[in-house]
Structures are given as C-alpha cells and as structure tokens.
Write a protein that binds this ligand. Structure first.
Ligand code: DUC
Ligand code: ZN
Ligand code: ZN
Length: 457
C-alpha cells in the first residue's frame, strides 16, 4: 500500500465508525482494524474525522461573463477547491452558437486539463439547441457527459433559452438518460423591473435584489417543474434560493417526481440585508440572496431531504470589477467565491449541532456523485472508491479572511466568518493536495471524469 490512515472516525452519508484505511494506486484498497504495512506511509488520524472529498457540482471558472472573465482560472479555482476539501468540481462549458455538445466540452478541456489540481467534469450549458444538437444528446451521454444546463435568464447575454427549447431538452433527456438543470428566474420581469428602478435613479445593490425578488425566481421554478412533470423528465434546479420555489419542489417530490434542488452556502448563511451594506455589490450574484423566510425554508428543505445537494456557484470577480457597479447595480459582474468555503461552512454547522456530519457528506459529496453519474468512484469512502479524502479536525478553529483563502480574488463575502472545525488534509486520488492550511497539489493532476448517464425510464 502507498498510504495508511489510522484510527480516524470515518464518516460517510450513512455510517460513522472508527477504522484504518489503506490506499493503493489512488484508490481505497482496504478498510479495517489494525492495518499494518511496514512499507507504507502512515498518517495517524486519531481524534480526526475522515470524510469523502466534496463534489462541487456548480462552478464558473475562467468564465467570460459580465463584461469580464471570472477571476479564478482553472488552476486557482481547483487550488481553492483542494484547500476547501473539494476533490471534484463540475464546471460549466458554455456552448458557442453552432458548436456541438462534445465539442464544447473538449474545447473547454483544453483550458482545464493542463491546469486542474483536482478532478473535474463539465456540465454543458446549451444555448443553441439545433436539431443536430438534440440528436447529439445520446452520443454525449455515451461519451460521458450526461448533464446539460439551460439558462431561463440572461437574454441579452445570449445564454437564455425559451420554454420551447427547455421542453425539447427535457423530453430528449428522459429518452437518453441525460439530466437537465436549470437556472430559474423570469427574464422578462427582471428586465422590466431593472428599467423601472434605473429610470427612478434607484441604482444601489439593494435594487439588484428588488429587481429579482422571491417571486421572480419562484415563477420560473414552478414553470420548470411544470414542464419536467409534463414530459416525465428528471430536473435539477441549480442554486434554489426562495421559499415558494422550495415549497413547489417539496410538493412535486411528494407526488413522486424526480426533482432535485441544489442550494448554496451564501443562501444559507446570509439574507438580503447584505445588499444594504456599503460593500453590498460584493454579494451580487444571481439569483440574489433572499429574505430570512427563504433562508429558513432552505434549512427546512435540508432537514426534510427536499434539498438534494449543496454547491457553490463559485464565480469570483475582483473588487475593481465589482466597483463598476457602484452607481449602477446592472454593471456589477454577478457572482461570488465559495468553492473553498462550502465544505468547511457546512461541516462547521454540523459541528455546532445544526445538522449531522452524515447529512453534510450526503449533500456535498454522495448525492452530487450519484445524481451526476460518478458514484461509487466518488462520494464515499469504501474499498474500490477513489481515495478522495478529507481529514477533518473538529477542534481546529479558523476565521476566514481573504489572506488565508487560495482563490485569485482580493475579497471574500465570507470575511470574518468563524468556522468551528476545519479540514487539515485533502487527498485527491491518494495524493496530498492540501495540508495544514497550505496547498500541496499541482496543476495538471486533475482528471476529466467520464460519467454514467441515468437509466432511461
Ligand atoms: N449567477 C451568478 O451569480 N454568476 C454566474 C452565473 C449565474 O447564473
Ligand atoms: Zn445560475
Ligand atoms: Zn451558476
């Protein structure tokens, strides 16, 4: 064996127990008591928790957006991921008009492959659903890209698709084993509210929130769920942030529909009051962070199992870029950092007793692995699985500052947040990529995952 982790408390989505873990050739080769191999390196993890690396199912690295490019390139973003216990990122490859699905992922991979420090996959965001692209769904699934996203917003940016396209994609996904995810907000309403506020001289970040409040997101959630039900297709709603949408997800699931909701730490930890702050523009993301009632509903959704995953929507921009919107909220590039904060924050909430550690592993690791076709290699600690492992010290306390984070961004919305318990080591396929606050990985280590499609109903 190459490495033995001894005496740690192993926590998966379903189990908690003390055992040793043997690692060989990047995989977990054995789990048991008193594993001895005189030739292998030994890490004593007594008093520490051993958890599967997180899968962040939602990042935007090096993404052209908002008049610039998100500031974490593939190296910086996956470095930050490793330092936050994330061992797989799912990035969005945006289809250029005329390109195919596999071609879109391959083009993006040219940027990613030489730089990725942890494993990665692409969801392809479909912007141009020609008959040829629709026909390509099956080949893309067979190739190992079974997840596609559509934007119900960003009309001017050329990303938005209409309901007819969404429905075609849903229908085809149910026939081919693909999964469609949606960014759900009502584009027309946003545009008309923006116009109104700007004409009244209402330009601060607070009006970013008011131009896309709870009901604007909820309408699109309901519409997307309606169409998914109509075509008997599974649906994954990214970054759900509002109560009414949460209620609709709950209802659809109770009726037996396969609807998955993802939310993000920023929606769980902050509420819309942040947009009244002097630095409110740093929190500008879409959908915006909602009111307290919505935050409470999301936590309740976690408790009931109606939130399936936590991911980050990691999309950082530098302060000078956020400042473009000082006097006009529409000029603020949308997005915040999060990939390094998700697992520590959620685990800290578990450490404080708000939810169980098993539940955090389920939300941040095992569920995204299952939903997006990379279980059981990812998302658990079991013989045969990849040795993507986080060693977590429940006693270590960290206060987040921009200086102790590893992204390429000069500020963080998490500044000053106290985290109780923290990852002390991250292994990516058996390789140490983070240890005691320091990045230890290397660009080019991360591999593109070929994933399985869903069973066709
Ligand atoms: N929302 C953001 O805040 N940033 C990137 C894309 C998105 O939908
Ligand atoms: Zn989005
Ligand atoms: Zn996003």
């Amino acid at each position: 064996m190459d490495l033995v982790i001894k005496n740690g408390t192993i926590i998966t989505a379903i189990d908690t127990y003390i055992a040793d873990i043997g690692i060989e050739d990047g995989k977990i080769s054995v789990i048991g008591k008193d594993i001895i191999d005189p030739l292998s390196r030994v890490i004593d993890a007594k008093g520490k928790y051993i958890i599967p690396g997180a899968l962040d199912a939602h990042t935007h690295l090096q993404m052209p957006f908002g008049g610039t490019v998100s500031s974490d390139n593939y190296e910086a973003g996956t470095r930050a991921a490793a330092c936050g216990g994330v061992t797989t990122v799912f990035d969005f490859a945006i289809q250029q008009k005329g390109d195919g699905i596999i071609q879109t992922a391959q083009n993006r991979d040219k940027l990613c492959a030489p730089n990725a420090c942890v494993d990665y996959a692409f969801h392809v965001a479909i912007t141009d659903l020609t008959p040829k692209v629709l026909e390509e769904f099956q080949s893309a699934v067979d190739y190992g890209i079974p997840s596609f996203k559509v934007f119900m917003v960003y009309k001017k940016e050329g990303l938005m698709v209409d309901d007819a396209v969404l429905c075609k994609a849903l229908k085809k996904s149910s026939e081919t084993g693909a999964m469609i995810s949606v960014h759900a907000e009502n584009a027309d309403l946003i545009d008309s509210r923006i116009e109104e506020y700007l004409s009244e001289g209402k330009t601060s970040a607070w009006y970013h929130y008011l131009s896309r409040p709870e009901f604007v997101e909820a309408e699109a959630d309901k519409r997307a769920i309606h169409w998914a039900k109509s075509f008997n297709a599974p649906l994954y709603i990214v970054h759900l942030a509002n109560k009414e949408g949460m209620d609709e997800v709950k209802k659809a699931r109770s009726e037996g529909y396969e609807i998955y909701a993802e939310t993000c730490p920023q929606y769980l930890n902050f509420n819309s009051d942040v947009y009244k702050r002097e630095d409110g523009r740093n929190f500008v993301c879409s959908p915006p962070i909602k009111g307290q009632e919505s935050q409470d509903a999301l936590w309740e959704g976690i408790k009931t199992g109606d939130i399936a995953t936590i991911a980050t929507d990691h999309c950082p921009f530098q302060s000078y870029e956020k400042d473009w919107g000082k006097d006009d909220f529409t000029k603020i590039p949308n997005g915040c950092m999060g990939v390094e904060n998700m697992y520590p924050y959620m685990l800290s909430e578990a450490n404080k007793g708000r939810l169980s550690f098993n539940k955090v592993v389920e939300l941040c690791s095992s569920n995204p692995a299952k939903i997006f076709g990379c279980a059981p290699a990812k998302g658990t600690i079991a013989p045969g699985s990849d040795a993507d492992i986080v060693i977590y010290d429940p006693e270590k306390e960290v206060t987040i500052t921009k200086e102790n984070m590893h992204s390429n961004v000069d500020h963080t919305i998490w500044e000053g947040t106290k985290i109780k318990g923290y990852p002390v080591m991250t292994l990516s396929r058996g390789k140490i990529v983070f240890e005691n606050g320091e990045f230890k990985g290397e660009p080019g280590w991360g591999k593109l995952l070929k994933r399985k499609g869903r069973k066709v109903r």
